[in-house]
Design a protein. Structure first.
Length: 553
């Protein structure tokens, strides 16, 4: 089978991919004339009729997405070997190579670009609410609730998490990342849509693209990064959700006063193009390549990153899995052991409860406090540009916390890192719930306390993602990781549905209290049932502590 190459990575259908990508970029560019022509109205496009170039651009985008998807689909999928027959791992004590450093930089860029999409929702909501006359904290007499926007976006991320998880196994990690990048480019047209309904549709599609990037990134890193470094690297990369907040708030304070809220969506064009431009430095999973008969590519990538196909490890993992299944049958789990049920039966009941409570708290802060903080700061009297600068400065103040958490997780204690970070963020939220509105007159305290819910919550989410991938045994590990990722989004969907029904936006004190309560509870639950993961062995081995401490320990 002959394949052409871009750098060291093969595209099965390179002409289709690049032609489709060019069509998508051109399609987005054809939407820009209407936006530019609205400059004398401060880019207010509500009620404008879409012109011929915009319709032509939409047609190009649809055709381009189909072509790029075809270009990324590997040949010979039906001939794939069973994934369970292939095991690839990096040596636990291997040093970090230049290739690993490059991978961390590229994956950091990808995660940052990905995280900017949902974060943008909070910064466009005030301007969008004003232009479309939506009901919000700044416009209580509006019509449709502005909370519909995050509801559609968050619903898209939930669907995207399942879709991209399936795609990552079906067409490969790298192909899934690139397809998401192309969708980031195309959904930039949300910034030119003249009606609120079109914005909702584009926001939903954006959520689908953004939903699965972080889990796919972690899956790829798990095969490439030596086990000794894997935990802190994942925390560091996941913590770049905070860096995304810094960049988005800076763009909002710098660009929105001149180009309106729409420019924040249009930024998706250059950032998406940047992600595609980095494609040659994004490796494919060697395990995926070996499973699909692409031996030469797999061997080159494994040599570059120091990974090996470990037949012994694969056999050992299968023996462990068989032993676990036998033990599960003895405990009566075989009859109803599929799905998420085993996560909530002994000995994992308390551990899973800790994951659920903490994940729910993170979701409520992210989609409650964080999502509405730009609107709430403006409601307290801060100008839009001043509010955005406050959020940017607070993010910069808290950014070192990401590096501190990565060091704590890798060198000190995973469990204690979770507890300390959660307690710090909960304390900041309690301060906001007690004196939230008065803090608008004390800028120094406002900036310091905002760093907790913004940077701290992103850091907890990163730590939880790494932690949940280590604390469960092989047979339920994927479900455990999915549980931690899903409950946060589920909490976000719940709070936005409540806001849509109530057609209002809660105050800064209410959103702070909404997140503080589950986080304080999570501190207690993790302290009782959490497990320690330091001292874990190479990929494929079980966590050093497989059973949670009993209640009352």
């Amino acid at each position: 089978m002959r394949e052409r190459h871009a750098g060291d990575i093969a595209f099965s259908h390179p002409l289709a991919f690049w032609a489709g990508f060019a069509a998508c970029v051109t399609g987005v560019a054809l939407h820009l004339p209407m936006y530019i022509n609205a400059a004398d109205m401060h880019y207010h496009m509500r009620g404008m009729a879409m012109d011929a170039s915009m319709y032509a651009g939409m047609a190009l985008i649809v055709a381009g997405l189909a072509a790029t998807a075809y270009g990324l689909i590997p040949r010979g999928l039906a001939a794939a070997r069973r994934a369970g027959e292939v095991r690839v791992r990096a040596a636990h004590d291997a040093p970090m190579r230049p290739a690993h450093i490059g991978l961390v930089i590229v994956m950091t860029t990808a995660v940052t670009i990905d995280a900017m999409k949902p974060i943008t929702l909070s910064f466009v909501a005030p301007g969008m609410g004003k232009e479309y006359g939506l009901k919000s904290a700044l416009n209580p007499d509006g019509h449709w609730p502005v909370a519909l926007l995050p509801l559609f976006g968050l619903s898209g991320t939930v669907l995207g998490s399942f879709l991209w998880g399936w795609l990552g196994d079906r067409i490969g990690r790298r192909s899934s990342i690139l397809l998401a990048g192309v969708m980031f480019v195309t959904t930039a047209i949300c910034g030119t849509m003249p009606s609120f309904s079109w914005n909702l549709l584009m926001c939903f599609l954006m959520g689908i693209a953004a939903g699965g990037m972080l889990p796919i990134t972690f899956s790829l890193l798990a095969e490439m990064i030596p086990g000794r470094h894997r935990g802190w690297v994942m925390v560091l990369i996941g913590g770049n959700l905070a860096l995304a907040y810094v960049i988005t708030s800076w763009l909002s304070s710098s660009l929105v006063p001149h180009y309106s809220w729409r420019i924040l969506w249009l930024v998706g064009l250059p950032t998406g193009v940047l992600l595609i431009a980095l494609n040659r430095w994004i490796p494919e999973s060697p395990r995926f390549l070996l499973a699909h008969g692409r031996e030469r590519e797999a061997r080159e990538i494994m040599a570059r990153y120091g990974a090996v196909e470990d037949a012994a490890a694969g056999a050992g993992a299968r023996l462990r899995e068989a032993e676990e299944l036998r033990e599960a049958e003895e405990r009566g789990e075989a009859a109803h052991g599929s799905g998420f049920g085993p996560l909530f039966r002994p000995p994992f009941t308390g551990l899973s409860l800790a994951v659920v409570v903490l994940g729910l708290g993170v979701g409520l802060v992210t989609y409650g406090f964080q999502l509405w903080i730009p609107s709430n700061l403006q409601k307290l009297g801060l100008a839009q540009q001043t509010a955005d600068r406050a959020l940017r400065d607070s993010s910069l103040i808290g950014l070192p916390l990401v590096f501190a958490a990565a060091a704590m997780y890798g060198l000190w204690s995973a469990k204690k890192t979770v507890i300390v970070l959660t307690a710090v963020v909960a304390a900041a939220l309690v301060a906001f719930s007690v004196a939230g509105e008065s803090l608008a007159h004390d800028r120094a305290w406002l900036y310091v306390l905002l760093a907790g819910p913004i940077v701290g919550t992103a850091t907890i989410a990163a730590v939880l993602a790494a932690y949940s991938s280590e604390i469960y045994p092989t047979r339920i590990r994927s479900r455990g990781s999915g549980l931690s990722a899903g409950v946060g989004k589920l909490g976000g969907v719940a709070v936005t549905i409540v806001l849509v029904i109530g057609a209002t936006v809660p105050s800064i004190g209410q959103t702070a209290l909404l997140g503080a309560v589950p986080l304080l509870l999570a501190v207690l639950v993790v302290a009782v049932w959490g497990v320690e993961t330091r001292g874990g062995r190479a990929d494929g081995d079980e966590p050093p502590v497989a059973e949670p401490a009993p209640a009352g320990a």
